[in-house]
Design a protein around this ligand. Structure first.
Ligand SMILES: Cc1ncc(COP(=O)(O)O)c(C=O)c1O
Length: 364
């Protein structure tokens, strides 16, 4: 019996078959989320290693609620709270686990979650576990959200609004008005900052920083460490109460081994580097965006540049052609996106001549 053969054949016929690949590491990487190019900086690795070597144990060993919580976790949480001006914070194994933790535990019976239709798959998956009501609103559409809130036929116990700071496929920013709506309806605003922290804002801290929104008790910020922070893991920042509630109710925090000590220590080193070099980094982000504007006439707000192709086969062809020239871009197909796109990441470690060559190619 060939289990799942029929299903796999259907996926393959629609050109949607996914495979993990080992790409030649000589290719110039314009596909990954290592936005600032920190993942190849050996000096940051060395610093982290030196720090970790001083620890008695190098593995987290247990859940943070048993004895897996270490000073490495605690120091990083404190640093994040201080920089982002949140009351409390908690590290989590990954962004995927963080979304499951927040959405599964915070939306209780008689609560309503309003979630952007393009919210990350981990959040969408978590909505299946929710006890309260879940209402999806149109992508980045504050009017649709407000219509849906005001047409509720009952008064919920709590309203929670879930958005992303920068959307992973479109590279677009959620409008500030979401915060006004949250304030108006006394709602909790949960912002997934996987793609915005480290990339936007006066201090490169992300969405709240970009709009100069001072964190309030109704704000939750989730950030991941696998992108601009060039490590792995995630964190949630919020009020003391919300963090304490997560510690008490979020199953993917309670029943999961604490985040990797090495990854948290690396993210800490990288965050410090980022803060120290923020002016240089901001200048370079603006410069890379100006190249995209000049050649592709796209007003990029982030480092994610989506180029709509609309054909699952064609995006793979374009990706293959660029590979032959020595460049790797993302080829994103349905069902991840509605229409197939080339997802180019204008990472800061890409040389100017290489970036220009790729954008010139994509122009045609
Ligand atoms: C918007 C968003 N949220 C959450 C995640 C999940 O984060 P992680 O990769 O740390 O599990 C991703 C990951 O790709 C993401 O793009």
């Amino acid at each position: 019996m060939n289990y799942y053969e029929k299903e796999l054949n259907i996926i393959e016929k629609s050109n949607r078959l996914r495979k993990r690949k080992l790409f030649d590491n000589k290719l110039i990487d314009l596909a990954s989320n290592d936005y600032l190019g920190l993942s190849t900086k050996k000096s940051l690795l060395k610093k982290t290693y030196k720090k970790l070597k001083k620890e008695k144990s190098f593995s987290p060993k247990a859940s943070m609620l048993v004895n897996g919580y270490s000073t490495i976790h605690q120091k990083f949480e404190k640093k994040l709270c201080k920089l982002n001006k949140f009351e409390a914070g908690i590290v989590v194994g990954s962004g995927f686990l963080a979304n499951i933790a927040m959405i599964e535990s915070l939306i209780r019976k008689k609560d309503v979650l309003f979630i952007d239709e393009q919210y990350h798959a981990s959040g969408m998956l978590a909505t299946k576990l929710v006890q309260g009501e879940v209402i999806v609103f149109k992508h980045n559409d504050t009017e649709d959200l407000e219509n849906k809130i005001s047409s509720l036929s009952y008064t919920p116990n709590r309203i929670i609004i879930a958005i992303e700071g920068i959307y992973s496929m479109g590279g677009d920013i959620a409008p500030k008005e979401f915060n006004d709506i949250a304030t108006k309806y006394n709602a909790i605003l949960l912002v997934d900052e996987a793609h915005s922290s480290g990339v936007i804002g006066e201090n490169l801290l992300g969405w709240f920083d970009y709009f100069d929104i001072k964190p309030q008790p109704n704000h939750i910020k989730m950030g991941t460490l696998g992108k601009a922070y060039a490590s792995y893991g995630a964190y949630i920042l919020a009020s003391h109460n919300i963090i304490s509630f997560l510690e008490n109710r979020a199953k993917s925090i309670i029943y999961s081994t604490a985040p990797s000590l090495f990854d948290i220590a690396l993210a800490y080193t990288n965050l410090k580097y980022l803060q120290k070099n923020k002016n240089k980094i901001k200048k370079r982000i603006a410069y890379n965006q100006s190249i995209v504007k000049k050649y592709l006439n796209i007003d990029a707000k982030s480092l994610i540049i989506p180029i709509e192709i609309g054909d699952n086969k064609k995006v793979i062809q374009i990706q293959d052609e660029l590979i032959k020239k020595g460049y790797l871009v993302g080829a994103i197909r349905q069902p991840t996106v509605v229409k197939a796109i080339i997802r180019m990441i204008i990472k800061l470690d890409i040389k100017e001549k290489d970036l220009k060559e790729v954008v010139r190619y994509l122009k045609n």
